[in-house]
Design a protein around this ligand. Sequence first.
Ligand SMILES: Cc1cc2nc3c(=O)[nH]c(=O)nc-3n(C[C@H](O)[C@H](O)[C@H](O)COP(=O)(O)OP(=O)(O)OC[C@H]3O[C@@H](n4cnc5c(N)ncnc54)[C@H](O)[C@@H]3O)c2cc1C
Length: 338
Amino acid sequence: MVLEEVKLENLEKGHILAFGECYKKMIHPSSFEILTPLKEISESLRKKLILICLTASLEETENFEDLKKCLADEIWFILNPELKDFKDDLWARVLAEIVKNSRPYGFFFPATIIGTSLAPRLAGILKLGLCAHVNSLELKDNQIIMARPTYGENVIAKLISKSVPVMATISLGTFPINYKNKEPLIKKVIFPETFSWESKLKIKRFFPTKKKITKLSAAKVIVAGGRGLKNKENFQKLFELAKLLNAEVGATRPVCYEGWAEEERMIGVSGVTVRPKVYIGFGISGALQHTVGMENSEFIIAVNTDKEAPLVKIANVAFITDASILLDILIEKLKTMK
Ligand SMILES: Cc1cc2nc3c(=O)[nH]c(=O)nc-3n(C[C@H](O)[C@H](O)[C@H](O)COP(=O)(O)OP(=O)(O)OC[C@H]3O[C@@H](n4cnc5c(N)ncnc54)[C@H](O)[C@@H]3O)c2cc1C
C-alpha cells in the first residue's frame, strides 16, 4: 500500500487527535470507540478528527479493514521497526513530537493498559493536564467538558482542561463503535533523521496473559450478580442462565473481591463499562460506582428484595423477590423451552 507521505514539520495544525492503538498485529477496538464522541465534537468545532497509529509495519495489521471504515477523517501512521514492541518512553517521545508539530486542540486515548501508560507520560513531557477515565464528553460554548466519577467515585465531576491540547483517557466500553462509508485519508508521517528511535527499555521476552478475557463490553445480554445472591454457589447459577440466554456474566465489586467471580467480570467504575441490549441484575443494589458502568444498557431488569434499591429505581422492569429462587425458576423454564 502506497501512502501519502508528510514530513513531521509539515503536519496540519489545530485538529483533534485520537490514539489508535496498534499492538501485536491488532488495532484495539477501543480506539474506534473513542472516535464516536470525538467525531461529533470535531464536527461541531469544524476540526478534523485524526487517528494516530504507531506500528512497525502496516502489512502486519490483521484488522486493517476496520481502519478504512472508521470515523476518523485522517489516519497518520508513524512506522518504524523500533515500534514493534510497546516501549512507553519511546512511544511517548514520538507522540510528543507529533503534538509539538501539529499543535492539536485535543488528544484522547482509550483507557487501555497502553493508553493509560502513554497519556500521563505524554502529558508529563509536555507539562499538560490530563483527565483520566472520562465517561462522558460534551461541547459547551466551544469547550470540551469531560465527566468522570470522583470522591470515592460517589459523585460525577465535570472537568474543563486549563491546558491545550485538552487531554484525556476515555473509559473502555463507554461508547459504541460506529463506522462510516467514506475511507479516511491515510498518511505516513516522516520523522527527521536526527530523531532517535532508541528506548531505555529492552524487551527480552513477551508472556501473553493466560487469563481468558471475557467479552463483557461487547455482550448483547448480560446477567449480573451482586451480594444479594448470598454465596458463590448461587452466583454459579448465573453461568447456567447465561448459557441458556447466550449471555455473558457480570458482577459487582464486592462479589469479585469475595472470589465468586473473576475481576474481569466487574462492571462499574473500577471495572468494565457495558451497554448491552438487556442487562439483568440479580441481588445488586445499584450503587453509583456500579451503575456508571451499565446505565446505558437498553433494557434494565432488576431482581431485588428491596423495592427501594437504586437499581430498581432505574430499571425498566423490576422483580421484587429472592434472586436465587427466581434464577432457579428461570433456568428450569428455559430448559423446557430448548
Ligand atoms: C472507589 C470505589 C470504587 C468502586 N467501584 C465499583 C465498581 O466498579 N463496581 C461495583 O460494582 N462496585 C464498585 N464499588 C462498590 C460499590 O460502592 C458498592 O458497594 C457495590 O456496587 C455494591 O455491590 P452489591 O450491589 O453486590 O452489594 P450490596 O450493595 O450489598 O447490595 C446487595 C443488594 O442485594 C439485595 N438483596 C439482599 N438479599 C437479596 C435476595 N435474597 N434476593 C435479591 N436481592 C437481595 C439487597 O436489597 C441489596 O440491594 C466501588 C466502591 C468504591 C468506594
